[in-house]
Design a protein around this ligand. Structure first.
Ligand SMILES: *Cc1c(COP(=O)(O)O)cnc(C)c1O
Length: 239
């Protein structure tokens, strides 16, 4: 019987191999793609093993769960970078900033302003992604593309945020090919925002692609992929 960590090691190697192959198909350097291991619902021991396998970036979607897990891992010497990838309620923004390094799920202007204010109090500059709602999605959260094109200056004015790029959560479609247009749309939107210099410095990152569609996302320009089940196995409860 292979040990748990051996399974984990093999799955991580497999995901890395698939990332490298997708990058090659697209003529991209695999080194430009960051694998964010989505560790929601995963216990700290497994996260620590994944970190020992060389994974440096982890994603959590709930502040409450992360609030105990991250400090526990830090106390065990784990120096990973933590990405918040789930909706952030404003009353949890302060706590989120204490434990996360990056907030990928900035989904409205009020939240962006609050994070900017909190970041200013800490004399910091918080790396964030703007979550974009590309329409036809089950989840209604995120900026509308048209709003971003017209009102980006409101976000660009927030000096204590470093806006790295865009994040999307497309609908779950069994056939990953059907998700491709969403990935392409996100890439085109980022290019357009950059062409029109909507932000003080160009956006560079696209966070898109999950376990079943990250290869297509990489072909369309993802610089971060958020992969949970392909690394840690199926989750016992919905994350
Ligand atoms: C859970 C989750 C993922 C990872 O999903 P998998 O299908 O397990 O890879 C990625 N992004 C977000 C926002 C998530 O909530």
């Amino acid at each position: 019987m292979p040990s748990l960590s051996q399974d984990l090691r093999e799955r991580i190697a497999e995901v890395r191999r698939r990332i490298a192959e997708a990058a090659q198909r697209a003529g991209r350097d695999p080194e430009t793609i960051t694998l964010v291991a989505v560790s929601k619902t995963v216990d700290d021991t497994s996260v620590l093993s994944a970190w020992h396998e060389g994974l440096m970036d982890f994603g959590e979607n709930r502040v409450q769960e992360a609030s105990t897990k991250i400090p526990l891992l830090v106390s065990k010497g784990c120096t990973a970078r933590w990405h918040l990838i789930g909706h952030l309620q404003s009353n949890k923004a302060k706590r989120a900033m204490e434990i996360f390094d990056i907030v990928q799920s900035v989904d409205d202007l009020e939240l962006a302003r609050r994070l900017n204010r909190l970041s200013e109090e800490r004399a910091a500059r918080l790396p964030v992604f703007l979550e974009v709602n590309l329409g036809e999605e089950q989840s209604k959260s995120g900026f509308e593309a048209s709003w971003l094109k017209a009102q980006a200056s409101e976000l660009a004015a927030l000096d204590h945020l470093r806006i790295c790029g865009l994040m999307i959560i497309p609908p779950y479609l069994e056939d990953a090919e059907q998700v491709r247009p969403y990935f392409r749309h996100a890439r085109d939107l980022m290019a357009e925002l950059n062409r029109e210099q909507r932000f003080s410095s160009p956006l560079t990152d696209l966070s898109m692609g999950m376990s079943h569609d990250f290869e297509v996302a990489i072909e369309e320009g993802a610089t971060l992929v958020r992969v949970g089940t392909a690394i840690f196995g199926p989750r016992s409860r919905l994350g």
